[in-house]
Every structure is written in C-alpha cells, then in structure tokens.
Design a protein. Structure first.
Lengths: 107, 116
C-alpha cells in the first residue's frame, strides 16, 4: 500500500498568512494526488485534483503543486473560512490512501 | 447536478447489523464506481473499498473484509453498505463517494453509533 505522510499535523496561522502543507507518498504516484478540506460535521470538500487542478468553485487562493512523491497545498492569504482540516489522498492505485490530516487553526 | 444522499444516523447495539444507503442522482449510476469511506470520531479518513456499479463486484480494503458488504440496487441508483456483528469500534461516520478523475462528489455522511 502507498503511505501518505502529511506535515505538519497542525499549524497556527493568522488571516492573510500564506499557508503551506506538504504531502509525501511512499512511492511515486505521478500527479494522482487530491487535496480535501474538511470542517467539523461536514463531508470532505475537494479543493485540488490531479496535484494542481483547481476544483470548480474553489477560490483561486488555493493551489497545489508537485509530482512523483512530493506535493504541496498552498493557501495564499488565509481567510476566516479556511480554518479547517486538510487531507491529501492518492488516487494512483488501490487501496486509496489518505494523509493523516493537517489542522489549520487561528493563531 | 450530481447528488449523493445518504440515509440518516443510526444507533445500534453491539452485535446488531446496520445498512447505510447512498442514493445517487444527476448522472447515470452505472457509469461510475462507488467508494465507501469511514471516519471514526476525531480521526482521519479511511478508504473501505469500492463497488463496480456495472456488475456489483465489490473490492474491500484490508480491515474491511468479513463483516462489511457493499451492494447495489441499480433500479433506484442506490449503493448500500451493510455492517454486521457491530462493535463499539465501528462507531464512525460512513461516506459514499463517486469514483471519478475529479473526485468531488461525496455523500453527506451517515453517523453509525454502536453502544449498549
């Protein structure tokens, strides 16, 4: 199985900050990497697909990059509604696997 | 628009069974496989497996064999997750999610609570 390692597991940030979350896979997954945002009591919401594709309706302050084994989710100018938990997921092979999550909280 | 609507919360006793439904609309049900995922309280996301909506063939992730069954009723565009011999550790929110290159369609989640 492909292991997904996210870092950090949590971070504190202020409105307007640039936030970067990284995800590393245990083997190459090309660009088969998705990023989700989850708020308490809600289903995960797709932000980024195929490493850098911005899902329809997602603000352009969210961006993704990377290929192979190393990936990054960047939030430019953090907004109040961005405080949430973020997960990466590989869709290269089965079983689908997720990173452990990054909790973004208000500083 | 694509919608996946799941059945409501369930409270079950240990040893009982539960069946969670996921009704799809807005697309041809048999054109996309369906994934099932679990999220235990305060924990991350686990992929449980997927079901081929063309032939009903299920694939289960390690740790989700034996007591977990994926099934379909294509006549009503609905996927089901049945869990038998429930244990306290099965307490979680269960999600269905359409398999897609852009995997943005998820059900709202069904909370299954197992408690005596």
């Amino acid at each position: 199985d492909i292991q997904m390692t996210q870092s950090p597991s949590s971070l504190s940030a202020s409105i307007g900050d640039r936030v970067t979350i990284t995800c590393r896979s245990s083997q190459s997954i090309s660009s088969y990497l998705n990023w989700y945002q989850q708020k308490p009591g809600r289903a995960p919401k797709l932000l980024i697909y195929a490493a850098s594709g911005l899902q329809s309706g997602v603000p352009s302050r969210f961006s993704g990059s990377g290929s192979g084994t190393d990936f990054t989710l960047t939030i430019n100018s953090l907004q109040p509604e961005d405080f949430a938990t973020y997960y990466c997921q590989q869709s290269h092979s089965y079983p689908r696997t997720f990173g452990g999550g990054t909790y973004v909280e208000s500083k | 628009q694509v919608q996946l609507v799941q059945s409501g919360s369930e409270l079950k006793k240990p040893g009982a069974s539960v069946k969670v439904s996921c009704k799809a609309s807005g697309y041809i049900f048999t054109n996309y496989a369906m994934n099932w995922l679990r999220q235990a309280p305060g924990q991350g996301l686990e992929w449980m497996g997927w079901v081929n909506t063309n032939n009903g063939n299920p694939t289960y992730a390690q740790g989700f064999t034996g007591r977990f069954v994926f099934s379909l009723d294509t006549s009503v565009s609905t996927a089901y997750l049945q869990i038998s011999s429930l244990k306290a550790e099965d307490t979680a929110v269960y999600y269905c999610a359409r398999e897609d290159m852009v995997p943005g369609n998820w059900g709202q989640g069904t909370l299954v609570t197992v408690s005596s």
